[in-house]
Structures are given as C-alpha cells and as structure tokens.
Design a binder for this molecule. Sequence first.
Ligand code: KMH
Ligand code: ZN
Length: 273
Amino acid sequence: MEKLIITAAICGAEVTKKHNPNVPYTVQEIGREAQSAYNQGASIIHLHVRNDDGTPTQDINRFRDCIEEIKRRCPDVIIQPSTGGAVGMSNEERLQPIYLKPEMATLDCGTCNFGGDDIFVNTENTIKEFSKKMMELEIKPEIEVFDKGMIDTAIRFSKKGYINNPMHFNFVMGVNGGISATARDLIFLKESIPKESTFTVSGIGKYEFEMAALSILMGGHVRVGFEDNVYISKGALAKSNGELVEKVVRIGKELGREIASCDEARKILKLKG
Ligand code: KMH
Ligand code: ZN
C-alpha cells in the first residue's frame, strides 16, 4: 500500500486553551506545535491562525508570520492554510492566506450545520470563486467533505473544469451536522470518489483514532490534531499535537503502512513542489 500521509491540524478556529492549555495562539506557540507534529512524522500542517488572545483570524500578515515561523522550524513541511476560517467570516476574509501562494489550501464544498446554532456557509458561487482563484495561483485544493453531497458537488465542478483532477479529499467525520464517524459511512465516502483521487480522514473527538485506523486499513491517509480532538486517550489531554501524530505513526506501522516524508507526500498528492 501507498505510504501514509499524516496531516496535523494543530490549531483550528474553535478549540481553546480552556479545552486544552496546549492549544496554540501566538506565532511562537503555532511554531512549537507544528514542529512537534513534524518531528513525529506529520508531512502536512493544516493551518488556522489566531490573534494572541485566541480569537480566530484569517489576517494575511498573521498567516505570513506563522508560515515563516513554521518553515524556520520545519523547512520542508507542506503548509495547507484553511480557507474555511471560522463560521461567520466573509469570503474575502477567508481567502487571504491563498495570496501567500501555499502549496495547498482547503476548499470546503458545501454548507452544513456546525453544532448549536452555527451554519458553515459555502454556496456554489463561493466554491467556484475559491476554486478559480486556487487554480490561478496553482494551489492544490484539499476538498473538505462534511457530508456525502459535497463529494458530488466536487465531482460535478471538476467535470465543468472548475476543479482540477486528480482531486484530494478530506472526509471530516463526526461533526454535529455532518456525516457520522462510522465504518459504513467511510466505505460509502471512499466508494463515492473517483478512482484516481486520494483521501484523508479526520475523525472528530473520540472518533479520531478509530477513524484513523480504518483509513489506514482502507489505503487512505490520516489527519489528527487539536482542531479535531484534544485527548490522547479517554479523559487524558494530549501534551502536544506531536503526541497525537506519534500515536498514528504507531498504529500505521502496526498495520503495515510506512510513513510518507514531505517529499513523498508531494509525489502522492501530485503537488507542484
Ligand atoms: N472552522 C470551520 C468552520 C477548513 O479548514 O477549511 C471550517 C474548517 C474547514 O475548519
Ligand atoms: Zn480547518
């Protein structure tokens, strides 16, 4: 089987130091958490950034500072900024980090409830606008899938030439409002994407490691990190993103998957590099 690409979603937009004091806010803390994940075997950093007080921001200057700090500590890591940002941000706000021309960025392919009263809005015109800009800047999108219809949207858009093939998907499973984190649902998602595509799985909360194991067995890749889950095991907070990555490396090796280096990940995902 293909080597295993591990993405670390080190920060997110919603989780706070109240959930786990090791959630990073400052540039230094973001750098520290990225390095801890990279040192354990993560080849992609999925990046949200915060102001020093912890509020989420998509400010281009904050992204520039954080990316510089991550590259100083992890020179060859693939950086994948979020264009999802936080619920309620405008499209202009969300798009800012793509103008730094990262190798990858997220492309959220549909609207969904997002816990409580929140709605994460991604209209068809938003998806087209974001995708067009990423194509112009030669950024490979990671297609964020919170429910199965989002795969269908991405396929429909790729047929119209709005998204390039081969596509890379991230199945986010277990968000309240999205698809459940079950083996049956993962098989359904995997069978719904084009054969030449690649996929990674983000199991939310207590589902993180069981979904990781299923993805590893099914030939997929894995995302872990504080954005999705702050516990290393039931009731025990993770000390770092690196500790979460280390656990996936252990599971992956036990199940016969070698870990992809950053350059191997670039080849698997067909990044321009
Ligand atoms: N914070 C969520 C509302 C992405 O990074 O593209 C959106 C999100 C997806 O995290
Ligand atoms: Zn995200």
